[in-house]
Design a protein around this ligand. Structure first.
Ligand SMILES: [Zn+2]
Length: 489
């Protein structure tokens, strides 16, 4: 019997790099960073995904002890998979799987494809998540990962229309958060300078933005909005006249995909163009999806994000049965990573709601799209009296009222045997108290219309709801509170 050769890290990274056609700077054409892959026919793209998926199964079996055990338990051989139609046969990976694995085999678990020893000698960086309810979880990445990371971000930045000459300003803390590092390496690949503005307060950040001719501000939507607003209200800086900012790139919250939020953010920055980008620390810590600048500009539609389909497989599944859904239906997003050397996750339950669309795009890119971007995480939604409430839909209602400030909080509680849902919002300080009852009634009516559910509306004093001025990343979790859960659950 022939001895089967191990599918090594080198085999895998070579294969991944073989589908990266643009290796030199600048981009291959004026419009696309990597024209060949970005405009490939859908059939060819499917072949790329299938070739990488088949190789990935060998790579995981031969290099990740955790996946090897998983495949063995299921009696799964890499050769059993012929194409994308076999995806449902493959195991899904959930957050709990890896956190439990790290508890059992500290500190890194054994799901990575590089051993702790290899990583110590040859690693690039460590990312982590968690920390609010669980121990931080660790993820080890390599130099190959960094290169693909930079490539993915540069490709997104290029498609926004950003070119050499752009001066970037990253507003969030770097730390073990992939977003800002990805932005940094992507900008560098484009030969653009970047100002790391993490450890500053708003005033200092604005000073840097104004004095150093920053043209693109990067960060979390709620903070970028806040920064644009305080520029004017507290420091007398008019972003339209007093800065050179033309573009804003945000991530980690649905903000840009919520039409009324997008409008507020762009207005706060004097009409700068807002772009969306999303990824996920564990399964796809870089530009998994990024908004199409042409789609929004040409057709005036709400956000649509192209999916990096050469670097990942994006499945939209029913949130309860995990059965595949046809394009156009909203379901939860499951992602297979087709690029990482350290952790190429297989069918990772990202858990955000998304609608998958293969409609041809105005920009000529053939990558499918997340129609409306990501719509909030399934575990941040509330189910009240049988109705699912998605925070993005509530954000759209709140920010559609010019008399309301940006922040809101949604609280579910039970009174007796009845579940109630309360929306807390802040009228702007210029709204007199006499006008509050009418405003409260209008918001409640709009909520009932949009959600199909009666919601109590509570008007709160200005500046009383939690705000996220440090640009930290826990903002998304704080807007929704479910007090019906048992303590500690
Ligand atoms: Zn497009």
């Amino acid at each position: 019997m022939a001895v089967q050769k191990k599918f090594s890290r080198r085999d895998w990274t070579r294969l991944v790099n073989s589908f990266r056609y643009q290796k030199r700077r600048p981009a291959s054409s004026s419009k696309y960073w990597d024209e060949r892959i970005e405009t490939m026919s859908r059939d060819e793209l499917r072949q790329v995904q299938e070739t990488k998926l088949k190789a990935l199964l060998h790579y995981l079996r031969d290099n990740s002890p955790w996946y090897r055990r998983r495949f063995k338990e299921m009696g799964l051989e890499p050769g059993d998979v012929r194409g994308l139609e076999d995806l449902p046969k493959l195991p899904m990976t959930k957050k709990e799987d890896w956190s439990q694995n790290q508890v059992e085999k500290p500190p890194f678990g054994d799901f990575h494809c590089v051993t702790p020893r290899q990583w110590a000698r040859d690693g690039w960086m460590l990312y982590s998540t968690g920390g609010t309810t669980a121990k931080p979880r660790f993820f080890n990445f390599t130099h190959h990962d960094k290169d693909i990371w930079a490539y993915g971000w540069a490709r997104a930045y290029w498609s926004y229309g950003l070119r050499p000459g752009t001066v970037f300003f990253n507003t969030s803390v770097y730390g073990p958060f992939p977003g800002m590092w990805g932005s940094q390496y992507g900008a560098h690949l484009m030969r653009c300078p970047i100002i790391p503005g993490g450890g500053m307060d708003s005033r200092r950040r604005l000073f840097f933005i104004q004095e150093t001719n920053v043209t693109c501000v990067v960060g979390v939507p709620s903070y970028v909005l806040h920064l644009g607003q305080v520029a004017k209200s507290e420091y007398g800086i008019d972003p339209a006249k007093d800065t050179k900012v033309t573009d804003l790139v945000t991530m980690a919250e649905p903000g840009p995909c919520v039409p009324s939020s997008k409008q507020r953010i762009e207005e706060a920055w004097g009409g700068a163009r807002l772009h969306d980008l999303f990824g996920h620390t564990e399964c796809f810590p870089m530009a998994a999806g990024w908004s199409c600048a042409e789609e929004t500009a040409v057709r005036g539609r709400p956000m649509r994000d192209h999916l990096s389909e050469d670097l990942g497989i994006f499945e939209v599944l029913d949130s309860e049965t995990f059965d595949p859904l046809p394009p156009g239906r909203r379901g939860v997003l499951v992602v297979t990573n087709l690029w990482s050397e350290g952790i190429p996750a297989l069918r990772y339950l990202m858990g955000d709601y998304m609608v998958y669309s293969t409609e041809p795009c105005a920009c000529g890119r053939t990558f499918a799209q997340a129609d409306g971007g990501l719509m909030g995480r399934a575990d941040h939604t509330l189910r009240v009296r049988g109705v699912w409430i998605i925070p993005g839909a509530v954000e759209e209602v709140v920010r559609g009222f010019p008399d309301l400030d940006d922040e809101f909080q949604l609280v579910a509680d039970s009174v007796g045997d009845r579940d109630i849902c309360t929306l807390r919002v802040e009228p702007r300080p210029t709204i007199p108290k006499e006008a509050w009852p009418a405003l409260q009634k209008k918001v409640a009516q709009e909520m009932r219309f949009v959600l199909g559910l009666g919601v109590e509306v509570e008007l709160c004093a200005h500046d009383s709801l939690p705000r996220f001025q440090r640009g930290d990343l826990d903002a998304k979790a704080v807007r929704v509170k479910d007090l019906r859960k048992a303590p500690g659950a």
